[in-house]
Design a binder for this molecule. Structure first.
Ligand SMILES: Cc1cc2nc3c(=O)[nH]c(=O)nc-3n(C[C@H](O)[C@H](O)[C@H](O)COP(=O)(O)O)c2cc1C
Length: 197
């Protein structure tokens, strides 16, 4: 078993200590080593620190406020808004946020045909593999990370702020952990695996 796979946890409490630039670069290099459908490498990363990071957090906070009033994006997921607000608190605490974009994708809030959906699924899977590599590289340096998809509640505000045509996949928070959570429960093997011979 690769140690980082076993040791990784979602971290929701951070110290304010900065992350060395070499580690951020190593995380992104690790991301680029992920497999990708047709080797499209449909990813882009924007690293936010300092005042720019505070601005991004404020944009997400405001976007969630807007969603709370309008329920324009995720009307059936209103129950999850408190969780998204907690994610903003985590983002505020983390010293570094890495925005992850799909350079081959468009807004998920518009319908697409089946073929485009299959391509989008493949690109999302490729980017998921890249994110996991990035997170494991950080874990290897004893850093904490949080994979964040609650950006969806503030989707339009965030892409407008980023001034991008790309699809926003999510954000990875990274920092020195200020908590050491136990392993979260997993489904039993017998529930998830089936052998056929
Ligand atoms: C695609 C994806 C999106 C996630 N989005 C969030 C999020 O927005 N906020 C959050 O607090 N956790 C988020 N998580 C973390 C999960 O809640 C966490 O991985 C899960 O509860 C298992 O805990 P563990 O990572 O410590 O094993 C996300 C994880 C994944 C893979």
């Amino acid at each position: 078993m690769i140690k980082a796979i076993d040791n990784r946890r979602s971290i929701r409490k951070y110290t304010s200590e900065e992350i060395p630039q070499e580690i951020i670069e190593e995380m992104i290099y690790a991301a680029t080593l992920a497999p990708s459908a047709k080797n499209r490498q449909p990813w882009k990363f924007i690293v936010f620190k300092g005042a720019a990071k505070d601005e991004l957090v404020q944009v997400m906070r405001q976007g969630i406020e807007n969603e709370k009033e309008t329920h324009a994006l995720m009307p059936e997921w209103a129950f999850a808004i408190p969780d998204a607000e907690n994610t903003v608190r985590v983002m505020d605490e983390a010293p570094c946020l890495i925005v992850v974009l799909n350079t081959n994708g468009k807004t998920p809030f518009a319908a697409i045909d089946n073929e485009k959906r299959i391509v989008e699924i493949c690109d999302s899977l490729s980017i998921g593999a890249a994110i996991e590599n990035m997170i494991l590289a950080a874990t290897e340096h004893d850093l904490g990370t949080l994979w964040i998809a609650n950006t969806c509640f503030a989707y339009n505000d965030i892409v407008e702020y980023l001034n991008t045509e790309d699809q926003l996949i999510g954000i990875v928070a990274v920092g020195h952990s200020a908590e050491a959570p136990a392993k979260r429960p997993r489904k039993r093997m017998t529930r998830i695996v089936e052998y056929r011979e």
